[in-house]
Design a protein around this ligand. Structure first.
Ligand code: UDP
Length: 242
């Protein structure tokens, strides 16, 4: 395959080939979408910030035994990653009730969950990423029972590592979404990104439900100061990792 060919363009990232068939280049865009792309906009500097935040988090997870697709960042908004086949499952881990969990269950936003909740959604825009049961997921053959078990184990371990880390940053990890891929040997590997686009992050120093938001909910809910919230997340992560 020739290098620098656009392989795929998503809502927030573009994937390019490289001279090495096992390595891809991800370009992080400033584009932001919400509500299944019904709301669109730009968050200035988001591409660079999310690329940096994701790479720091992937490095932290690798250091704690989680295999990720991360290789390095040759440019501020570009990440080199190992080529994997992405499983069409959005894995969501929740510590505190927010978003669709509140809409679907009536739980009040901010309720601390008795244990971390691991949920699976079908990554399918035309079906609007529906919530899956374990049996639906297996019947649809989106993963094998063994892969699903490993996904759950990884998801809970990632949640432990990131909850501790964000606590040190004075940030509460409310919930987040991750995606996994399979490499050439069918090993399960953490892929995609982990950033304020894919996490709910609340500033521990704020109690006001709008002021505490440091993630894409600022864009979704038109709360303003989106760029500075992302920047603040990056600065706190840098302060803890350098
Ligand atoms: N999330 C994501 N991409 C999606 C759906 C959700 O990154 O397509 C993240 C979202 O930012 C939040 C978590 O997953 O951190 C849980 O989202 P939820 O199901 O509450 O969806 P929402 O309320 O945003 O529709």
């Amino acid at each position: 395959m020739s290098s620098n060919q656009k392989l795929y363009e998503g809502k927030a990232k573009i994937l390019y080939s490289t001279e090495d068939p096992e390595i891809l280049l991800t370009y992080f865009k400033d584009d932001a979408t919400a509500f299944n792309a019904q709301k669109r906009g730009k968050i200035v500097g988001k591409g660079q910030m999310n690329c940096k935040i994701s790479s720091l988090i992937f490095k932290l997870l690798e250091a704690n035994g989680i295999p990720t697709h991360f290789i390095d960042c040759p440019e501020v908004d570009k990440m080199r990653v190992r080529r994997v086949k992405i499983l069409p499952i959005e894995v969501i881990i929740r510590n505190i009730a927010a978003g669709s969990l509140c809409r679907q269950t009536g739980l009040t936003e901010g309720t601390v969950l008795k244990f971390p909740l691991v949920e699976y959604c079908y990554k399918n825009d035309s079906l609007q990423d529906p919530l899956l049961t374990r049996d639906r997921l297996l019947i649809m053959e989106l993963a094998t029972p063994e892969q699903l078990e490993q996904i759950r184990t990884f998801a809970l371990k990632i949640n432990d590592i990131l909850t501790d880390f964000f606590n040190q940053c004075q940030i509460t990890l409310v919930d987040f979404k991750i995606e996994f891929g399979l490499d050439g040997e069918n090993n399960l590997i953490l892929a995609d990104e982990i950033s304020p686009d894919s996490c709910r992050l609340w500033d521990k120093s704020q109690t006001d439900p709008n002021l505490r938001v440091m993630d894409k909910d600022r864009f979704r809910r038109d709360l303003g100061n989106v760029e500075s919230a992302y920047q603040q997340v990056l600065e706190r992560i840098l302060a803890q990792t350098s």
